[in-house]
Design a binder for this molecule. Structure first.
Ligand code: WT7
Length: 647
């Protein structure tokens, strides 16, 4: 088989401003030194950082131990993550959290206040007889109380598992059962796009369907809804201490699990990704400093929901461990209108903004010019995560949101990696739209060809792997050691961590993510990353979003089926005319090899609640197969029927 061919070459380059370079946390000289230190002695590199970034209760003497695929970091050290994120900063005068609710209410929580609240809730958890090693589900929207709940668990060594509040009762039940959770922390309800979601009812349904392990449900009264109370239900008020309390943080072993977070794999059953305490905290903390350039006076808005790993690492643990201020907003990006995000940035003088390409494209679609009416000059750094950002969206983000002054950090990582792995250092890297650039100091990646050799040439795609262990790597899949070995370590004789992504280098050594390895199509003997075709399609002036999948083709082996949604203001033309135009366009951008055989136009594409296009579903449709696997994560179920109609 040939290696994946790459045809999309991006020529534009963006340098950080002088002002940014002069004030950044990591300068070119420091970066060179970090890389050199790592190369010279990886163990002393990590040792130095672990001592610099973490406050230890008991110092560690061991650094990295174990062997593939099971590693331990700093295993004889002790710390408490909650203490590192809260207690360390109680003398700070800045806010820990600024919360904006969808309805427009604003709450500021100082570090001191956060400390009090975390202590109070820790007391309640203790009162409920929850203890070290127990698993507790947090099923809540992104409000301060979910952060407080996470930090209170961490304070007592309780392993939290946050389940995204948009998941159905069935998905919730599966996760509760899988980790054998003793308690569920939830809210009465919350609003999203103005619509009421009654979380407590969903929890009831899950428990009725059979979760005997759950001994208590702790309900935060978020909207003052009338709720039905079962024997195991307690409101936060009922179990709160009467006066102010201090609950000492437990000194935890470095390797003690901090949390489990479920993520979907290629099979229906979600994987409970396990993360440790010290190693996880270290990479979150140092990437917050290096990549997001955070300082204590920053107002960092990471728009991710607390239910995803981005919410764990860059709403909670990373920024709070540095004593910065995080802004959280619990509503939809376009509620009540397309300007909501820009208004929040203006009103709160957000300095660092981190969001997903899908959000950028959505906001671009509904109002390409609307950011112009807002004062966005408080921003100094922008970030993206979750999928490759198409150059057109990147350039818009840079110009319209960053006003041409903000570096954009395109951060590649995964639930499994815990923290950014491949990302620019914003004061140094030359940025080309669409690449996540190079691995961070301490991270060694490689791109592998089908023979198991490392690819070093530009523009040849292969499997992206991570060669050496790193502190925040997953510690396994909860209760499924075999699946852990099989999914992440089996392909290259157990030598490397398999990311499941394909990637290529450009001629400057920057890494371009091409897609998941199963998103690769083979057309007439040429392997192509579907993401590249998508990127070409969305670069067309009338295209809002595109998803590309393959289906079996008599002559070519595989052919491309593109699902396209056009911009709202697009002239109504015959679909076949647009299809012809897009074919010409792709031919021009990549070559005839990539021209989609079929193009279907639809108002919307099927997306998961975290905003990822569900290509698996489109693949089924394109191939005329039954829809396989889990569709419970779909944001809009009706899209399936719509798509069937247009095929
Ligand atoms: C997968 C991980 C990491 C937090 C959000 C998603 C894709 C992630 C990028 C990026 C291209 C990216 C990869 C990865 N991905 N960031 N900057 N450029 N692709 O976490 O749900 O664990 O998904 O998202 O395919 O494997 P996740």
């Amino acid at each position: 088989m040939k290696d994946i061919e790459s045809a999309l070459i991006e020529e534009r380059l963006y340098r950080p401003t002088k002002k940014f370079q002069e004030n950044c946390n990591i300068t070119a000289e420091q970066a060179i030194k970090q890389h050199a230190d790592y190369k010279f002695n990886p163990e002393s590199f990590w040792k130095g950082l672990a001592n610099q970034f973490i406050e230890w209760d008991k110092p560690f003497t061991k650094i990295c131990s174990g062997s593939r695929p099971f590693f331990k970091w700093f295993e004889d050290g002790e710390l408490n993550v909650s203490k590192n994120c809260v207690d360390r900063h109680i003398k700070n005068t800045n806010n820990a959290i600024i919360h904006i609710s969808e309805s427009g209410k604003k709450e500021n929580i100082s570090y001191k206040k956060l400390y009090e609240k975390v202590n109070r809730f820790s007391w309640s958890l203790k009162k409920m007889k929850l203890k070290e090693g127990d698993r507790v589900i947090i099923y809540m929207p992104t409000i301060p109380e979910s952060i407080i709940a996470m930090l209170a668990c961490a304070r007592l060594g309780i392993i939290h598992s946050v389940v995204f509040a948009g998941f159905s009762s069935e998905s919730l039940k599966d996760r509760i059962i899988d980790c054998n959770a003793k308690a569920v922390i939830t809210v009465d309800g919350f609003k999203r796009s103005g619509k009421l979601i009654e979380s407590k009812k969903v929890v009831d349904e899950a428990i009725e369907a059979g979760c005997e392990c759950v001994k208590a449900v702790l309900i935060f009264n978020n909207l003052n809804l009338k709720i039905s109370k079962n024997k195991i239900d307690f409101t936060w008020d009922e179990i709160a201490p009467r006066e102010s309390v201090v609950v000492d943080p437990l000194s935890m072993n470095a390797e003690a699990l901090l949390f489990i977070l479920y993520t979907s794999g290629s099979t229906g059953k979600p994987k409970g990704i396990m993360h440790s305490s010290a190693g996880y905290l270290l990479n979150c903390s140092l990437t917050s400093r290096w990549v997001f350039d955070l300082k204590e006076n920053d107002i960092f808005w990471c728009t991710a929901d607390i239910g995803w790993v981005t919410g764990h690492s860059y709403v909670v643990y990373g920024p709070l461990s540095l004593g910065a201020t995080v802004l959280i907003y619990d509503g939809a990006p376009t509620y009540p209108d397309k300007n909501r995000f820009w208004k929040i940035i203006e009103e709160n003088k957000v300095t660092v903004f981190y969001t997903a390409p899908t959000a950028i494209r959505t906001l671009m679609k509904v109002g390409e010019d609307s950011p112009r009416s807002f004062k966005l000059d408080s921003l100094r750094l922008l970030g993206t995560v979750g999928e490759p950002i198409n150059p057109k969206a990147w350039v818009w983000y840079h110009k319209m949101i960053g006003l041409g002054n903000c570096p954009i950090v395109d951060t590649w990582w995964q639930t499994e990696t815990g923290a950014n792995m491949i990302a620019p250092l914003p004061g140094i890297s030359d940025l080309a739209p669409g690449t996540c650039t190079k691995p961070l100091p301490g991270i060694e990646t490689a791109i592998m060809d089908t023979n198991g050799d490392e690819i070093t040439n530009a523009n040849i795609g292969g499997d992206l792997v991570i060669k050496n262990p790193w502190p925040s790597m997953l510690r396994g899949i909860w209760n499924d050691e075999n699946r852990y070995k099989q999914t992440y370590w089996s392909k290259y004789n157990g030598k490397y961590y398999i990311t499941g992504d394909t990637a290529r280098y450009d001629d400057k050594g920057n890494i371009w993510i091409m897609g998941r390895s199963d998103d690769v199509v083979n057309i007439s003997g040429h392997r192509l990353g579907t993401m590249e075709v998508e990127s070409a399609l969305v670069a067309h002036i009338n295209v809002a979003e595109a998803a590309v999948v393959s289906y079996k083709h008599e002559i070519k082996g595989e052919a491309i089926h593109a699902f396209v949604s056009l911009k709202q203001n697009t002239k109504k033309l015959d679909n076949s005319k647009y299809a012809d135009e897009l074919r010409q366009w792709v031919k021009k951008k990549i070559g005839s090899i990539a021209v989609p055989e079929r193009i279907s136009f639809s108002d919307m594409l099927p997306k998961t609640r975290s905003g990822k296009i569900m290509r698996r579903l489109l693949r089924n449709l394109a191939r005329g197969e039954e829809i396989s696997g889990d569709t419970s994560t779909l944001e809009n179920e009706s899209v399936i029927a719509q798509l069937r109609e247009i095929l």
